[in-house]
Design a protein around this ligand. Structure first.
Ligand code: FAD
Ligand code: SF4
Length: 498
């Protein structure tokens, strides 16, 4: 009972210290380690470093005398300083590296993972039953809905359909500059944030740690109370419009109707069960349409869970996948989030957003940043690392499947049916970013050629053999034969610098 329990920096909610759910004993002393080496390993966005440190220190302040908070260089040193070789428990950490580390320590006992709906064993059984090395989110999602009784009417999906995605792909409302929904919750900084800011300033000044991105007021919850306020505000005021324009992008409305809850979920401040249950309850009480509630439930109970389990099920080598053999380096301007270096308006706009906040919603990540990296043939592991460093919600488990699998198709289709990429026409349809751009989305070759349109055809051409074998890509690949200016386009792409 008195065995100290170690909380990692992404295990900050009450469900990580709940004895009724397999957590530590009610009286067990708690331990938190703030290891500076984590921030030295990668050049993180400053907003991300700030959020993590702020959340850890706020949690320690809440736990008071029950927690020993150690600031050290490495986890190993921190552990030695706090408990020596005495036994410690910890909930299953969230990366292969951290799991290997704690498992290698004889004094540490690893408890089951928390913060997800589906257990490792249940997922393994589900996936093994498929008998294939290709796993599909949609199958998994339906199974989660049934086994967790989410949005179900008896054994049928509420409303008769599992997936209302076809209602959720609408372009932005014509002529609008924003969705006109109430703004998302934003926290107010505390004295702890001021301390974090001064520590980060000092580390940078001493040349100990380097950051990218702007230092701005903290934009995401660092405490359970703030995270609950953000969830409440979303469900009450913003969920109703989540569905229809989920995939749309508007220059003047970065957040649209998105929840901005990813960092709170990934810090462990919110439990996914409470998020989906509240969304369902709101629908059942008539407060939001089904396509919005279902869309949100699918993101959390479908995609987020799926990505977590894919990370573990496919194992540590999954990250090294490079099915398309892409080896180009990321250009410096992209790594620095320097939006001035490109004339592609969509890319400049989204890079500026990431530089300012460490966040942008799913479609800019997938169809602008990720798609650009794929078309340029950048090395997938470098792209994963870039996303991990630059986003407030980036952690190894969530980045590896999203980037290696979903965005770069580097796993050759083990978790998606086809590469996610497009020409400028898709970006033009789904956003208002092309109007002011110096390029034209419909132009492939010449001065006005849109880099996404030209990049798309160039990618299809480079991987024609592979993509021709994919039923969902055949039509697109055959389109190459109808391009009268393909040779010119390929030459232009060979010389392109940005
Ligand atoms: P909403 O649109 O409101 O969605 C609700 C919630 O669903 C999110 O908060 C998130 O928890 C969950 N979710 C939805 N899609 C995914 C997904 N594909 N993977 C995991 N969770 C999902 N999400 C992260 O949490 N961390 C990341 O590092 C991350 N990297 C990404 C990288 C790429 C290339 C892509 C294409 C997607 C990435 N995502 C990541 C998924 C998704 O884009 C973000 O979760 C989402 O944009 C966060 O904003 P939100 O909270 O407003 O999400
Ligand atoms: Fe982006 Fe091309 Fe549209 Fe310009 S024209 S904003 S580069 S998609």
């Amino acid at each position: 009972s008195g065995t100290p329990h170690w909380l990692f920096g992404d295990q900050l909610g009450p469900h990580f210290v709940d004895p009724a759910r397999g957590g530590p004993h009610r009286d067990a002393p708690l331990l938190m380690i703030e290891a500076r080496s984590v921030f030295r390993r990668r050049r993180f966005h400053r907003a991300k470093a700030h959020l993590i440190l702020s959340a850890m220190r706020h949690r320690a302040a809440e736990l008071g005398d029950r927690v020993r908070y150690v600031k050290s260089d490495t986890y190993r040193q921190g552990l030695r300083e706090a408990v020596g070789d005495a036994p410690v428990t910890v909930h299953h950490p969230t990366s292969h590296a951290a799991l290997a580390f704690v498992r290698a320590l004889p004094s540490v006992r690893v408890l089951p993972a928390r913060g997800f709906l589906v257990t490792h064993d249940a997922f393994r059984n589900w996936a093994d039953d498929r008998g294939t090395k290709h796993l599909r989110q949609e199958d998994f999602y339906r199974w989660v809905r049934q086994t967790h009784d989410l949005l179900m009417d008896g054994d049928r999906p509420a409303g008769g359909q599992w997936n209302l995605d076809h209602e959720n792909r609408q372009p932005p409302p014509r002529g609008a500059t924003g969705l006109g929904v109430p703004a998302p919750y934003r926290p107010r900084e505390s004295g702890i944030d001021a301390e974090v800011r001064s520590d980060l300033d000092r580390w940078s000044r001493d040349g100990d740690v380097e950051f990218v991105g702007e230092d701005a007021p903290r934009g995401f919850p660092a405490t359970r109370r703030e995270a609950l306020a953000a969830l409440r505000r979303f469900v009450e005021h913003r969920l109703a419009t989540f569905g229809a324009h989920e995939d749309a992008v508007l220059a003047a409305d970065a957040t649209m109707s998105h929840s901005l809850l990813s960092s709170s979920l990934n810090l462990g401040l919110l439990d996914p069960a409470e998020c989906v249950e509240r969304a369902e309850a709101r629908w059942r009480s008539g407060g939001v349409p089904l396509n919005s509630a279902e869309g949100f439930v699918r993101q959390i109970a479908g995609w987020r869970e799926f990505v977590w389990h894919v990370y573990w099920y496919f194992g540590p080598r999954y990250r090294a996948g490079n099915a398309l053999r892409h080896h180009e380096r990321l250009p410096g301007w992209f790594a620095e989030l320097s939006s001035d270096a490109t004339e592609a308006n969509c890319l400049a706009h989204v890079l500026a957003q990431v530089r300012a906040t460490g966040w942008t919603h799913h479609i800019p990540r997938l169809m602008i940043l990720g798609s650009f990296a794929l078309q340029r043939g950048w090395e997938p592991q470098a792209v994963t690392d870039w996303f991990h460093r630059s986003f407030v919600d980036g952690y190894d488990w969530v980045m590896v499947p999203n980037v290696v699998g979903m965005s770069q198709y580097a796993d050759g289709g083990r978790m998606t049916t086809k590469p996610y990429t497009s020409g400028g026409a898709y970006i033009d349809r789904m956003s208002d970013l092309c109007g002011p751009c110096r390029y034209k989305p419909s132009v492939r070759v010449g001065e006005d050629a849109c880099p996404f349109t030209a990049g798309y055809w160039n990618l299809l051409h480079r991987h024609r053999d592979r993509f021709e074998r994919n039923a969902r890509m055949i039509r697109a690949v055959r389109g190459l034969d109808r391009l009268p200016d393909l040779e010119e386009l390929l030459e232009q792409e060979r010389d392109r610098r940005d």
